[in-house]
Design a protein around this ligand. Sequence first.
Ligand code: C5P
Length: 238
Amino acid sequence: VQKLEQLYEGKAKRVYRTDSPDLYLVEFKDDATAFNGAKKGTIRNKGALNNQISAVFFRLLEKRGVPTHFVELAGEREMLVKALEILKVEVVVRNIAAGSLAKRLGLPEGTALPFPVLEFYYKSDELGDPMINGYHIRALGLASPEQMAKIEETALKVNGILLEYLAGKDIDLVDFKLEFGTHKGGLVLGDEISPDTCRFWDRTTREKLDKDRFRRDLGNVEGAYEEMFRRLTGKKFE
Ligand code: C5P
């Protein structure tokens, strides 16, 4: 497959067209942003780490029957994916209160939730990704009721698979964000699953192994991403 022109550049990734109309190439950047772009920086090797960490999760999910856009790795920081039409809804799944939920509901960070909590956000940089509900999604025509039913079911299934897998790596899955799109009419999981889009806590020490180290200036950001790579692959990142 040949890499053609750039279609899109986001905060953390670039997407390229390929000589196959069904396939895109995604390149993961080292750039990091937080608070809707207000905080900027770079994290050494983040692109390569997030690319390879996402590949581990996408392969696991495919094996367990969840359709994803992942096709294959195409380099250290690149993956080949199915060309999706991305739905403008971000889906957040939470198991433990942290971040914006802890703040909004006044729950101490680290409070276990009795069951997974699902939230939806409108994918809009201009508006700063506001939280929305099923009515807003229908009113804005962001997804059909059938798509939303499938998205909820899939998000909860992904949560179950990742919780179990990460427990085996001594990691608590606090929360994460998913994006979905359509490919040839079917609903497919897209974007990435990485320390940029998930909160991972060491189960024993509760050390944060994700982008909160960057957001909150906790230090050793690179080390946290490398540690996640090591836990997932059993190999040291070189
Ligand atoms: O900030 P908040 O607590 O709402 O984030 C919940 C989860 O969703 C976190 O794991 C965060 O990394 C992820 N997220 C994301 N992209 C966003 C907003 C949140 O990946 N635009």
